[in-house]
Write a protein of this length. Structure first.
Length: 148
């Protein structure tokens, strides 16, 4: 399963997903039945929007990975950050697997600050360049979606 809403579409203008099966069989038959009988089919226009986004995916992903890597490296060296979760960092437990399976570590990361949940929310409340994102990989700048 994969969301077409996020990186694949890349423009924050479509909601959808895909399910891919390797071979014919009971699972594929059930999914085909659901697709035909439950209406789980994207419109032609939504499909076109996803194809449009896929055309620019390699360039967008390179930028996502480069930016996430720079942020992860900065945070990993910051004295007020306890831990950074990013498979592109050599000390990350997922680095070896990510290196074998992927050509780049991706555009997502998270980090932990000392002090628990309350402290984490304090830090998040002071951030200006980050926002809660319901759609990832879209072109909207943080200042156009951030609450005023």
């Amino acid at each position: 399963m994969h969301s077409t809403t996020k990186y694949l579409s890349g423009h924050s203008d479509v909601m959808g997903g895909v399910v891919v099966v390797r071979e014919a069989g009971p699972l594929a038959d059930r999914l085909r039945w659901l697709q035909g009988n439950a209406g789980a089919v994207p419109s032609p226009f939504d499909s076109w929007l996803v194809v449009r986004g896929i055309r620019t995916l390699p360039w967008r992903m390179r930028a996502h990975c480069a930016n996430a890597g720079a942020v992860a490296a900065f945070l990993a060296g910051h004295p007020r950050v306890e831990r950074v979760h990013y498979p592109g960092l050599p000390r990350d437990p997922g680095c070896a697997v990510a290196s074998r399976q992927m050509s780049a570590p991706g555009g997502m990361l998270s980090f932990v600050v000392p002090g628990g949940r309350a402290r984490a929310f304090e830090v998040a409340a002071r951030l200006r360049l980050f926002t809660r994102a319901t759609s990832l990989g879209g072109p909207r700048a943080w200042w156009s979606t951030a609450p005023r």
